[in-house]
Ligand binder design. Structure first.
Ligand code: UDP
Length: 480
């Protein structure tokens, strides 16, 4: 055993009927999906369909697996989810890889032989443990750079491996090359790779065995389920994000269908009062990551406040409690920098910016808080400098919010500028950002139009039905 690497974890998956999506998408796609699932079952012949990633909570992949896999199971396919374990060194280097594939330098640390040795040791350890439970012939879908190193081991064990990469950069650069140079040796023989966008496929995987599958959201999860205004208000008051009590209980329905209640408070950095219920809120929900550009959001918002246009809008930057996301060791450092930049804001502006670290102890409760915050937002922003896909954008669009997003990565696929949201051509341009905010704050009809179109866009493209149909096609392809 490697020092500091505990044992492999399996995440329990409940079964969920896909029929509950019928009222949202209609009968036809569901019938098609069921037929596809029957075909997949025939192909799998009792073998299991594994998903392997590096965290059970926090970040887009865990979020997606929580919502998608219960439907897979509900469709009668034996699916399991394992979470690999790593030590601090491993997660530091995989974070570096993550940044590299996004085209950025991250902490600039080496990706040399020493790092490869750490990566391979952790991969070997996890693959050995997985091989105890994965049978030859099982299909194993590995997610993201953290798990790529397991591919050769699992293939040698007889598993059918698919590697899915949720990150990518619109254009190659030296950092991207560095990332693929590191990962390439583990991927050369993988029979099927999955990317979020065509532009993300690297040469090493570009052998006609890569497919494009964008992610999806679950409209029934605590994060996306319908929520009354009173409940949203009450959740935001209970967590300390907004002011003034009301009488409604802060309740929601848990992923397993049981009733839940928001009891924990967010950890909030602010200097003035909490915003009132009727204060327009501009909201970005993201991990504390420089690529999400939280400091840029603050500066762009300050630019808006400098303008003659009068607004009482306030900004909420929300992210996970920094100790909670195990595979994101940089979160605390980034939050410290955001806080320092916040302290540098002129006093009158600082009062109108709130940094909220949301409690992560209970994933459903966290989802309900994000739900309330996104629903209550007058404008949701995602001013990422790079974005593999951007689930926070999908989530806000589903809630019919007007979204201002950077024209990068998957955000470009989701938002049609001026139709289903507003795109920022240059995400680093604080003025462009302030102009988009001003335009929306002034124009309620535009906010409503963009929000309604956004919801339709998600209904058609980013729900589980489309996603699982593509999974079925992937299995068919491997069968061939
Ligand atoms: N998220 C969350 N709580 C937080 C911050 C983020 O639940 O405090 C969720 C967010 O709602 C979304 C996911 O984490 O579902 C982030 O996915 P995205 O694709 O936007 O970015 P990633 O973190 O994968 O880069």
């Amino acid at each position: 055993m490697i020092k500091g690497v505990p044992r492999l974890n399996e995440v329990p998956i409940a079964s969920q009927s896909i029929d509950r999506l019928i009222p949202l998408v209609g009968e036809e796609p569901i019938a098609r999906l069921k037929a596809k699932a029957e075909a997949a079952k025939g192909q799998l012949r009792g073998r299991e369909f594994w998903n392997v990633n590096s965290t059970a909570h926090g970040g887009g992949v865990a979020e997606m697996l929580h919502s998608l896999l219960p439907y897979v199971r509900g469709l009668g396919i034996d699916t399991r989810w394992a979470v690999i374990e790593g030590n601090e060194e491993f997660f530091k280097l995989t974070k570096r890889l993550h940044h590299a594939l996004h085209g950025s330098r991250g902490d600039g640390s080496d990706l040399g032989d020493a790092q490869r040795a750490v990566y391979e040791a952790v991969a070997q350890e996890n693959a050995t443990r997985l091989s105890e439970v994965v049978a030859p012939g099982d299909v194993v879908l590995l997610h993201d750079p953290q798990t790529a190193g397991l591919a050769p081991h699992l293939m040698a064990h007889g598993a059918i491996v698919i590697w899915r990469c949720h990150v990518g950069n619109d254009e190659p650069n030296t950092d991207v090359d560095l990332g693929w140079d590191f990962l390439g040796p583990y991927l050369e023989k993988v029979p099927l790779n999955v990317f979020t966008r065509e532009q993300y496929i690297p040469d090493v995987c570009d052998h006609g065995r890569s497919v494009i599958v964008p992610p999806s959201i679950d409209p029934f999860s605590p994060k996306n389920q319908e929520m009354s205004e009173e409940t949203a208000q009450s959740i935001l008051i209970n967590t300390g994000i907004i002011e003034a009590p009301n009488g409604a209980p802060p309740v929601f329905t848990r992923q397993d269908g049981s009733p839940g209640r928001v009891d924990r408070q967010a950890d909030i950095v602010r200097s003035g009062r909490a915003p009132a219920w009727d204060t327009p809120l501009i909201v970005q929900v993201s991990r504390w990551d420089p690529l999400k550009d939280p400091i840029g959001v603050m500066k762009g918002f300050a630019r808006l406040l400098e303008r003659p246009f009068a607004t009482n809008a306030e900004l909420v930057l929300a992210g996970p409690n920094v100790s909670a996301v195990l595979d994101d060791p940089e979160g605390k450092g980034t939050l410290d920098k955001v806080e320092a930049a916040w302290r540098d804001l002129p006093h009158g502006f600082r009062d109108r910016v709130h940094l909220a670290c949301l409690p992560m102890t209970d994933a459903d409760e966290n989802g309900a808080i994000v739900n309330a915050l996104q629903r209550h937002a007058s404008i949701v922003v995602q001013k990422s400098l790079n974005e593999g896909f951007g689930l926070t954008v999908t989530e806000a669009m589903w809630k019919a919010r007007p979204v201002v997003g950077s024209a990068v990565g998957g955000i470009r696929d989701q938002i049609e500028d001026g139709v289903s949201g507003l795109l920022l051509g240059n995400p680093k341009d604080a003025d462009e950002f302030a102009t988009a905010l001003e335009r929306l704050l002034k124009d309620e009809a535009l906010r409503t139009k963009l929000g309604n179109n956004a919801r339709e866009k998600v209904r058609e493209n980013y729900l589980a039905t489309r996603h699982l149909l593509q999974y079925g096609e992937m299995l068919e392809r491997l069968g061939g």
